[in-house]
Design a protein around this ligand. Structure first.
Ligand code: PAF
Length: 291
């Protein structure tokens, strides 16, 4: 695996971005490049994206960068888990070709001032309580798309809203790549995999399990024939531990994420939630498949 970082390229007088461009130019023209953007602290969810990219592309590039632009004041930028050595080991094992470790100063040098304005759907759900979040995500993702010029980019559906917004950006800006959506991965007991799970103490982890229980209950209601979003939500919320601070639980349209009152059986929906548990913000969702 080739590792590219600012500290590794400093001796040669090139930046890590130039090093990636150089790598790209040296590849045979018909090589398909798969990009897996992450903030590191890799878990099975990330590895599933890498494996999919490995199976579908000639070259797999993994990026690791805890992107300050997507954290607001008082959020967990400083305490976000950072496990670079283990990440490199995992990348080696799963067969990544290039790992790029982003550098804040290189990506956002003094004077950096461009921002991205996003559609309405970025103000819903997580966007309501984290107004800076998706603009920050799209800024870095767009930069990565320009730096790596991938044929395919892999995103997990744990961050369902993020994936839908990135697809919208790719469409609107005529970016020449395919966004590949990969399924959310859960622990055997139901907890959605997240890098932030390492911050859950045992009591908080128990409480966090009620998030997926709520979503499973929602799906159960939907499968058994209920189509009122309100009723599905009410039933789901009964599962939540009293210790969970719920940000939102909404049953929304799969494409534009607008809140639904009645779910069209032909279209289905997605139930999404965000909550703080033991001081850790978690998100999760479940597809209510067309029936
Ligand atoms: O999903 C994430 O880990 C991040 O939001 C992403 C896409 C790597 C951008 O920083």
């Amino acid at each position: 695996v080739k590792i590219v970082s600012t500290s590794a390229t400093a001796d040669t007088g090139t930046t890590s971005i130039e090093a990636v461009r150089h790598w790209h130019r040296e590849l045979p023209g018909d090589h398909r490049i798969g990009l897996v953007p992450t903030m590191g602290a890799l878990h099975e969810g990330h590895l599933s994206l890498i494996r999919r990219a490995r199976a579908e592309c000639d070259q797999v590039a993994l990026t690791i960068f805890v992107n300050p632009a997507q954290f607001g004041p008082g959020e967990d930028l400083e305490s976000y888990p950072r496990t670079v050595e283990q990440d490199l080991e995992a990348a080696r094992e799963v067969g990544v070709d290039l790992v790029w470790i982003g550098d804040r100063q290189e990506l956002y040098p003094d004077g950096f001032s461009t921002h991205i304005e996003l559609p309405q759907l970025a103000q819903r759900l997580c966007g309501a309580s984290r107004p800076h979040f998706f603009a920050g995500v799209c800024l870095i993702v767009l930069k990565l798309f320009h730096i790596f010029a991938p044929d395919r980019a892999y995103f997990g559906d744990k961050d369902y809203q993020q994936r839908v917004i990135i697809e919208c950006m790719v469409r609107d800006l005529d970016l020449d790549l395919e966004v590949v959506a990969c399924p959310l991965i859960r622990e055997p007991d139901g907890l959605a995999l997240s890098s932030r799970n390492v911050h859950l103490d045992p009591a908080a982890r128990e409480q966090a399990l009620t998030l997926s229980s709520a979503l499973f209950a929602a799906e159960q209601q939907w499968r058994s024939g209920l189509d009122s979003a309100q009723k599905i939500r009410d039933r789901a919320l009964m599962e939540l531990s009293g210790e969970v601070e719920l940000d939102y639980f909404e049953v929304v349209d799969r494409n534009d994420l607008s809140a639904l009152e009645v779910i069209d059986p032909k279209l289905g929906a997605v139930a999404c939630l965000a909550a703080t548990v033991g001081g850790v913000r978690l998100i999760d969702n479940i597809q209510l498949e067309p029936r």
